[in-house]
Design a protein around this ligand. Sequence first.
Ligand SMILES: Nc1nc2c(c(=O)[nH]1)N[C@H]1C(S)=C(S)[C@@H](COP(=O)(O)OP(=O)(O)OC[C@H]3O[C@@H](n4cnc5c(=O)[nH]c(N)nc54)[C@H](O)[C@@H]3O)O[C@H]1N2
Ligand SMILES: Nc1nc2c(c(=O)[nH]1)N[C@H]1C(S)=C(S)[C@@H](COP(=O)(O)OP(=O)(O)OC[C@H]3O[C@@H](n4cnc5c(=O)[nH]c(N)nc54)[C@H](O)[C@@H]3O)O[C@H]1N2
Ligand SMILES: [Mo]
Length: 763
Amino acid sequence: MAKKQQVPGVEEFDGPAGGWPALGAVARAVRDQMAVADELRALKRVNQPDGFDCPGCAWPDPKHTSSFEFCENGAKAVAWEATGKRAGPEFFAGHSVAELWSWSDHRLEDIGRLTHPMRYEHATDRYVAVDWDEAFAGIGAALRAVGDPDAVEFYASGRASNEAAFLWQLFAREFGTNNFPDCSNMCHEATSVGLPESIGFGKGTVSLEDFEHCDAIFSIGHNPGTNHPRMLSTLRAAARRGVPIVVINPMRERGLERFASPQHPLEMLTGGETRLATTYSQPRVGGDIAVLQGIMKALLAEDAAQCEAGGAGLLDREFISRHTEGFEALGAELATLDWPDIEARSGLGRADMEALAAIYARADRVIVCYGMGITQHRHGTQNVQQIANLLLLRGNIGRPGAGICPLRGHSNVQGDRTVGITEAPTEAWCAALEGEFGIRVPRRRGHNAVEAVQAISQRRSRAMLCLGGNLAVAMSDPDTVFPALRGLDLSVHIATKLNRSHLLVGQGQSFLLPCLGRTERDVQEGGEQFVTVEDSMSMVHASRGSLAPASDQLRSEPAIVAGIAGATLPDSRVDWRHLVADYARIRAAIEAVHPDFRDYEERISTPGGFHLENPAARRQWHTPTGRARFLCAGAGPAAPAPDVLQLATVRSHDQYNTTIYGFDDRYRGVRGRRDVVFAHPDDLAALGLAHGDRVDIEAVDGGAGTRRRLRGYTVIAGQIARGSLAAYYPEANALLSLDSHDRQSGTPAYKSIPVRLRAAAAE
Ligand SMILES: Nc1nc2c(c(=O)[nH]1)N[C@H]1C(S)=C(S)[C@@H](COP(=O)(O)OP(=O)(O)OC[C@H]3O[C@@H](n4cnc5c(=O)[nH]c(N)nc54)[C@H](O)[C@@H]3O)O[C@H]1N2
Ligand SMILES: Nc1nc2c(c(=O)[nH]1)N[C@H]1C(S)=C(S)[C@@H](COP(=O)(O)OP(=O)(O)OC[C@H]3O[C@@H](n4cnc5c(=O)[nH]c(N)nc54)[C@H](O)[C@@H]3O)O[C@H]1N2
Ligand SMILES: [Mo]
């Protein structure tokens, strides 16, 4: 084979995940960001019983340890927030919004923490400082001027605490709308919609202890080495027990292959490492329904053969008959699918899928973990439901060591939903809010994220308030979203750092309200406060910041929400000041409207917190028939035309969603750049292309009159399955139309964008 040509910034990485490079990366992050030694203290308080919840991810903390657990990307997230850099009024005086627009996403956030409330001034095209009271009054007046409450969008990103999120939804509902576009609409909505139909509950069913008792782990469509690094310790322990770890992922991810644990000095010092994946299957992007159908078909065939030979078979028949429905229909569907079709759609061979079925059948207790590679497709909800099917076939839900494990994104995205951030609240929730506060809660379904952006682009919605996040950049289709947001009458952003969404100013009013982060001390009238968050496995625990705030002007998220609410609703039935003076009062209100939070204040004071109710984990199925349901997916998405490739957008190792810490993607061998696309060498050869060539990527469903493309990308040959491409989020959002989303959950199809690749056109 010809030697690959040298490509600047691209060199294969042959080390394990973790190890010394991880420590080095943290040292660099600390050096770049943290000016004061004091801020380093923050790193020692991450995920400690009396410290703050790591803003990095929603993976739970092992209850029984209180020792510092080293996590490279957690440390980077903390350093990024606890930075010594500041973006104060002097900074904004020196730079117009038009100028800032030309800066990269990395450079915008790297200016540092926002220090003062700011209002956009049209005459000078600059953000200028305002008083808090002036800002609240201006926002309140503008909101009342909108007239129709359903013309206002209340976006939330999943870093907000339970307390802030609860106040957010209380304010919006008293104002009169259920418009709650939320980051989870772009993330695990397929889980929140898909699992209730399958198992009657929209969250994962496992706890961290289950990983100590499982006999096999399936990891489908997630990249924990980068996005949930503390999970590698769990996988490492399982691997050392001899538990098979099966990976199903179109890309080879180093963090799923090999790991040198920074927690284990001997492994570090001796250059040792632990092998994680025992089987690594690389289906085509978007091929998961077919993969799961193939595994189930093979399982049913082997089960039938064993039964015929007089054995007991491989299915948990007792569980299926007592607890489920729809088994016959699923079996009938699988029987109609033929292997060549499954192979074409999945990109795997029949023998591969039979081998996966055999591993699955041999294990008594199986956990399936999954992430964005499953949810962010046009058929994301169906993907999730096929995973549930697979588990139900052998009774792998609702017993120790087994279950379904969606890896949530933001550190409190699950909690935000629990405390009422949803466009479709239950009647029970609305009635409880009304009972507790004496307000009128609208029952009309509101907007999710895609619907909110559609409404804004059609001027049906005219104001947007954002509790964190960077909606414009996170959403698909910047060509539609950016102009739409510029047309708003009012935009309000509660944020820690400057990002591109804040620069989408138009003829209307824009406000930038700086808030405390997780790491910082939060003092209200009633004294020092803590907040609460819920992790991926439904554990609710306290988070208490300890650093001095980045500026004496900062306010907490709950205080800012209360400030806006008070100024907007002069006749509010809610005593906002009273609630915010002591967050225990907010928690008491949550307890009053949500039965699972009984004795909230008392239970939150136990180190490690408490576990929320999880009926599916107890085999109570809150479906209409009281049974778990096998759900058919049909033939699923067809394999694309031969010249069309499916592009998945992925996170690099140096980013947190739209926050770009740096330009390296260490485990994938990329340094100092992000303008690359991963492709299979055979696909490249078929197109007359090779490793290192410059290409243009063009969306196939570009939509009428538009041409969605990325120009001048460099191809990296290898690491990914045939028929598939991968490029970095958020840049590649330019390829995805707003209309391309899962019809059931509204999740944009960020992981299956049909594109063509061609040699770059001359400039
Ligand atoms: N450091 C860091 N931590 C984070 C984040 C971050 O950006 N940085 N983001 C947080 C958030 S909000 C989230 S949601 C999570 C995201 O965590 P992940 O779910 O790990 O997110 P992605 O990087 O989008 O990668 C998903 C994986 O899916 C694979 N994939 C792509 N298409 C397919 C497919 O069709 N099938 C299968 N089986 N796999 C596919 C990709 O190869 C990749 O390995 O992480 C959270 N934690
Ligand atoms: N192409 C593509 N697009 C995607 C995805 C993908 O995989 N591919 N993933 C999707 C997913 S899973 C998600 S979750 C969304 C993420 O969408 P968002 O949650 O909207 O985006 P983030 O990048 O996490 O938001 C970053 C901003 O949050 C603010 N911030 C940080 N900390 C705090 C805080 O403590 N309080 C407040 N108020 N603000 C804070 C900062 O100003 C920062 O600029 O993106 C989605 N978009
Ligand atoms: Mo996410």
